[in-house]
Design a protein around this ligand. Sequence first.
Ligand code: ACO
Length: 432
Amino acid sequence: MAEPNKVATLTLDGKTHELPVHKGSIGPDVVDITKLYGETGAFTYDPGFTSTAACQSSITYIDGDEGILLYRGYPIEHLAEQGDFIETCYLLYYGELPTAQQRKAFEKNITYHTMVHEQMAQFFRGFRRDAHPMAVMVATVGAMAAFYHDSIDINDARQREIASHRMIAKMPTIAAMAYKYSIGQPFVYPRNDLGYAANFLRMCFAVPCEDYVVNPVFARAMDRIFTLHADHEQNASTSTVRLAGSSGANPFACIAAGIACLWGPAHGGANEAALNMLKEIGKKENIPAFIDKVKDKSSNVRLMGFGHRVYKNYDPRAIIMQKTAYEVFDALGVDDDPLLEVARELERIALSDEYFISRKLYPNVDFYSGIILRALGFPTSMFTVLFAVARTIGWISQWKEMIAEPNQKIGRPRQLYVGSERRDYVSLSRRG
Ligand code: ACO
């Protein structure tokens, strides 16, 4: 970390303390409170970590006011439109875009590790068929540590790399197996001649009696969805992965923890909620009444897919999602999909309405992604699973960055204790 260029002062109990202020390469200054407890005996209080930087990172940068998202400095729009997911994985993991030779080697490495240990199929068969695919994902990804225990020594850089490659490569296979199992179809093995997204679509939609010929527009759409969700700095699931990893837990266990966190509706489940809302509205004529309901605070109805904790401007990913939705519907030969029509009209009305303008509420990445995934043939129960496939590279890159940090220590937040003070044990017969 660079030497601090200014200090903040804090006065507590009449004593003044100087706190170093660090400057990032871009973004807000950060007040360093690491010595605060030692010097003052006081902790800071920040539930939800809304004002706390828990780590240094050089992977992803977000400027929510300006609607900017950079992976290793490159705008998300450039990567989604001019690059692809494999390149994005390389960039996030290694820090630079690959040369042609590096890309070829990396792609081959990932492609040739997509198959999972055959014994994992037995493991899948232990689940109920009606289990949620995210429950199956948490368990099977955690179980990878049992199948690939030759790559769980986190102190060995080569083993860390092998485990990372394994997860990037096998996550689509595991996700497709979770889907196939839930619909009672046989697992479809990966094919080494297909690209990452196309292979995934085929593993989900082919059956032994009929192959699935991947439409390149669909493969491109899937690839973009993966790219747009690849990383998003220190969000809840990424912070979970870092915290789990800070104890020295193996990478498969850490990613399983990230998947568990992502499963929550406030994190990975929003595109499902947005799609359900569009279905509930049903047609354009019902939009004004729905908007009235959203503005009525007593209704507790929100416009799903609108607003974001960090973006107070257009989510840059939403613009690409909207374009991708049109491409997919074009390829399907559908020019009047009612849900797409409702989405477009809802967006138009909301963007010109004072309620949304004054609160800086813009469409987020989830507004259009549900429509696209539904058009590709995925049921809503798979939406969060697809998010997990995409986010694996972000989680694993952040985990790798954390492990390589020389001053890395176990995460241990403090608390503001508001419980009972010390009291003596009362035997059962004397309790009222
Ligand atoms: N629809 C209607 N009003 C909204 C919405 C919305 N989607 N989002 C925020 N508001 C209003 C709130 O009612 C509040 O109004 P008030 O000032 O009159 O009380 C104001 O905007 C600020 O709301 P907060 O909840 O404080 O904003 P916050 O930044 O904390 O919320 C959140 C962010 C949770 C994402 C919110 O916008 C929301 O619930 N959106 C819908 C769910 C959604 O799409 N989530 C996906 C996020 S993207 C992702 O996770 C990948």
